[in-house]
Ligand binder design. Structure first.
Ligand SMILES: Nc1ncnc2c1ncn2[C@@H]1O[C@H](COP(=O)(O)OP(=O)(O)OP(=O)(O)O)[C@@H](O)[C@H]1O
Ligand SMILES: [Mg+2]
Length: 342
């Protein structure tokens, strides 16, 4: 991880949250997010993602450690932080019994958007999120994708500088997810917004985040750009397939600068290297020099799935059933009903 300067838009230092004196949901997490960056928190159920978001957005107090957002201490000045940020939660927060427009007007009022600007802001967002046609229908009649876009509109109605997204696309199909991200990227481009996002979806983190932290059991086990994380696995795999069986090409391929290992497999060769793209022409050239004709050369970058396996020792698998956050919310409701305390 880069040396923290303490000047990032979001800074967490040894942040820890222990529930009920025993569950270490977040365990000494430190990171920095630069202005305008999209930073992804990637981890399985129960890893501590929602808890981290809740602490950073001043919804929960930390047990220890520090956090600042936009230079403001989250623990000391929670109300100042809340005013500057936008949040889209894992659960729906828009009111299904209000229309899309009413939900937005309500959020605008809560966030103190000047009255004279509310109508144009609300209409602009309804258009942009492609819910304008359904603006005056109850939100509970919206499709999953529409409702998520409405959530995004509600969370950004006050043009926040920092946006927190907790599993914003959970349950959406790939098309719905792509649509949602298109709007996030637009808002980011226009306002230079900083985005902190948690996700289960590896491919989403890979495609959308500038940097990623992999979180497991409340700790960051690896962080970096998606490409850096993949590089740490030892790089790419280039498969070299000769046209015809012939002499063993292992020594020839191994001699090419940049090659780490060569494994012969079913008449072709798996070449591991840090920079596959740059190596392909060199491998082709080496074969040509030795008069070896090739049937094909292919390049495979390791996926984030493999990165996760490498750093946690476990397969990244989504649990069936409820998420840890859902379970915690339900537990809280039951405890509240029983008059217990969380
Ligand atoms: N209010 C709570 N009281 C007690 N334990 C909690 C509470 N909220 C969360 N936890 C526990 O803290 C841990 C982290 O939960 P958290 O919801 O932050 O995980 P998550 O990464 O968001 O998981 P998911 O991907 O399933 O949403 C889990 O073990 C969870 O059971
Ligand atoms: Mg969660």
């Amino acid at each position: 991880m880069a040396t923290p300067t303490g000047k990032g838009t979001i800074v967490a230092a040894e942040l820890t949250k222990v529930y009920n004196g025993k569950v270490r949901a977040v365990d000494g997490v430190s990171f920095e997010v630069a202005q305008g960056e999209v930073y992804g928190f990637l981890g399985p159920n129960g890893a501590g993602k929602t808890t981290t978001v809740a602490v950073l957005t001043a919804g929960l107090s930390a047990t220890s450690g520090q956090a600042t957002v936009d230079g403001i201490d989250v623990l000391r000045h929670p109300e100042d932080v809340k005013r500057r940020i936008g949040i889209v939660f894992q659960e729906m927060t828009s009111d299904g019994d209000l229309t899309g427009r009413e939900n937005l007007e309500l959020a605008a009022a809560l966030y103190g958007v000047p009255r004279s600007e509310v109508a144009s802001r609300v209409n602009g967002l309804l258009e942009r999120m492609q819910v304008a046609d359904a603006a005056d229908r109850l939100a509970k009649t919206y499709s999953g994708g529409m409702r998520r876009r409405l959530e995004l509109a509600v969370g950004t109605v006050h043009s926040p500088g920092v946006l927190f997204l907790d599993e914003p696309t959970l349950g959406l199909d790939p098309q719905g997810r792509a649509g949602f991200w298109k709007y996030v990227q637009e808002l980011r481009r226009e306002h230079g917004m900083t985005v902190f996002v948690t996700t289960h979806y590896l491919e989403e983190a890979d495609g959308m985040c500038d940097r990623i932290a992999i979180i497991d059991h409340g700790r960051i086990v690896a962080s970096g750009t998606p490409a850096e994380l993949k590089d740490r696995l030892g790089g790419d795999i280039v498969t070299v397939r000769p046209l015809a069986a012939g002499p063993d090409l292992t020594p020839l391929l191994k001699a090419v600068p940049g090659v780490l290992t060569v494994t012969a497999q079913d008449g072709s060769y798996r070449v591991k290297c840090p920079n596959g793209e740059g190596l392909v022409p060199k491998l082709v050239e080496a074969c040509a020099r030795s008069n070896v004709s090739l049937a094909g050369v292919s390049l495979k970058r390791p996926s984030l799935d493999e990165v996760f396996l490498e750093f946690t020792g476990r397969e990244f698998r989504e649990d069936e059933g409820f998420s840890a956050t859902d379970r915690a919310v339900m537990l809280g409701r039951v405890q509240n009903q029983l008059g217990g305390r969380r």
